[in-house]
Design a protein around this ligand. Structure first.
Ligand code: HEM
Length: 208
């Protein structure tokens, strides 16, 4: 339970109403991640990880941006953001993820996405499926090699009233660096710009 009496969900939505969010959320998450208090595990033993997703096990955990993420694009003023990445499994042969970004000063929610990361059994082929609050749904595919995952968009769809310019291509690289921190780099091409870096963020693990 969050100190303000709010139920803690894996998406952080209720805890986000706390004025100390996301710092408070980080402490709360740490206190409650005994494996029993998350929605997935309520009253149950923590699930055993499927061997299919073992090559991606270095991604598992709750991670907080440190330092804040850096946003760039030729059409945008450079910006900073906080982000919580929650990557988990429930014993199925896939990972579940949510990435929730916040304004670094006001802590107002910004970009959010969630989805699944699948591995083709007995290969290093990965599929990443994501739904974003901007109205985009996308599939990226690529390969995991050691502690590095490189993926590129395979299909992108959007709601009919999505803001322009539309994204036409997305590439991502995740890697675990030598300090044990997770890094994500996102590049995109839009209807007005060629493939260019949009985001780079380093996350510190906040779960054991
Ligand atoms: C794969 C994930 C993402 C995609 C595909 C995406 C796509 C886009 C696109 C197409 C634009 C418009 C660019 C232009 O006007 O030329 C944009 C703008 C922007 N993005 Fe992202 N974005 C992603 C993730 C994020 C994240 C994690 C943040 C963190 C806060 C973020 C923050 C922004 C901001 C602040 C702008 C400019 C203002 C706005 O249009 O809302 N984006 N993004």
């Amino acid at each position: 339970m969050h100190p303000a009496g709010l139920a803690v969900t894996s998406c952080g939505l209720l805890a986000a109403r706390c004025r100390h969010f996301p710092v408070c959320w980080q402490k709360t998450t740490l206190k409650n991640l005994g494996g029993f208090w998350s929605v997935e595990n309520l009253g149950m033993e923590p699930p055993r990880m499927s061997p299919v997703v073992e090559p991606l096990s270095w991604m598992l955990g709750t991670w907080l941006s440190e330092p804040p993420g850096a946003g760039t694009f030729p059409t945008l003023q450079p910006f900073r953001y906080l982000e919580e990445a929650h990557i988990s499994h429930v014993g199925q042969p896939m990972l579940n993820f949510s990435f929730n970004a916040f304004h670094p000063d006001t802590h107002k929610p910004m970009h959010r996405e969630c989805g699944f990361i699948r591995l083709e059994p007995d290969t290093n082929k990965v599929a990443f499926v994501s739904a974003q609050n901007t109205g985009i749904v996308e599939v990226e595919e690529g390969e995991v090699n050691g502690q590095e995952l490189c993926i590129a968009s395979h299909s992108i769809a959007r709601i009919s009233f999505a803001k322009e310019p539309h994204v036409e291509q997305i590439t991502r690289k995740f890697r675990l660096n030598s300090e044990g921190k997770l890094e994500q780099t996102v590049s995109m091409a839009t209807t007005t710009q060629p493939l260019t870096q949009h985001l780079h963020v380093t996350y510190k693990k906040v779960t054991p």
